[in-house]
Write a protein that binds this ligand. Structure first.
Ligand SMILES: C[S@@+](CC[C@H](N)C(=O)[O-])C[C@H]1O[C@@H](n2cnc3c(N)ncnc32)[C@H](O)[C@@H]1O
Length: 205
């Protein structure tokens, strides 16, 4: 998907995103952040922060920067920052495939429901690894294609439609991990039959 199409689609979603998706996305976001080993003073990057569903979950004793392509989604995230008085968090407009931070700027990187939205997930992961310090934590929450053959076939069939509404449904977790060069500590789904995986990895440069 082209960046301009992504911007247009998520500008459209911004007003209804929480009403449509919070019930699906928020439980895994909350779980993943609560299981991150966040220490006082940790510098955290939230890639594709969207409307900021994740933001109230981060402890006040860490510093968070959220980046996103969509100014409309970021407006919603800023509303949450003000409402919840999240003085330790700022959000800025930035392309995750070309992150404007120096190497090793962050201790932890959180990426939820983004790697199947961006045109090139491996470019994003390369940027994530660059800006995260060696030994830092990378946490991904995302849909990956099912290992169940029937569901996988359905996901393949609906992929063109999914792409039109803002994401792809055919990303393979094993391929994603291997091509990203992620050193995975844990990967699991919250329920036995779930569409989303949670991946905890240590950043090896
Ligand atoms: C499905 S939403 C996920 C938002 C949030 N992380 C969540 O879990 O609710 C995908 C987000 O990725 C953003 N996005 C897509 N491509 C991007 C890119 N290249 N750089 C930064 N953000 C991007 C979109 O604007 C959108 O806000």
């Amino acid at each position: 998907m082209e960046l301009e199409s992504i911007k247009r689609i998520y500008a459209g979603y911004s007003g209804v995103y929480d009403a449509l998706f919070k019930r699906f996305f928020y439980p895994r976001i909350k779980h993943a952040i609560n299981y991150m080993d966040i220490k006082p003073g940790d510098r955290i990057l939230d890639v594709g922060v969207g409307t900021g569903l994740s933001l109230p979950e981060f402890p006040k004793y860490c510093k968070v920067v959220g980046i996103d392509l969509s100014t409309e989604m970021l407006t919603k995230a800023r509303e949450k920052i003000i409402e919840n008085r999240l003085d330790n968090i700022k959000v800025i407009s930035m392309d995750a495939m070309s992150v404007g931070f120096k190497d090793d700027s962050f201790d932890k990187v959180f990426i939820s429901h983004v790697v199947s939205v961006v045109p090139d997930p491996y470019k994003v992961m390369s940027e994530v690894k660059r800006v995260c310090r060696k030994g830092g934590q990378v946490v991904i929450v995302n849909h990956f294609k099912s290992k169940n053959k029937v569901i996988e076939t359905v996901e393949k069939i609906i992929n063109p439609v999914c792409k039109k509404i803002g994401w792809r449904s055919d990303l393979c977790l094993t391929e994603f991990i291997n091509k990203s060069g992620l050193n995975v500590n844990e990967k699991y789904m919250l329920k036995k039959l779930d569409f989303w995986h949670i991946v905890f990895a240590t950043n090896e440069k």
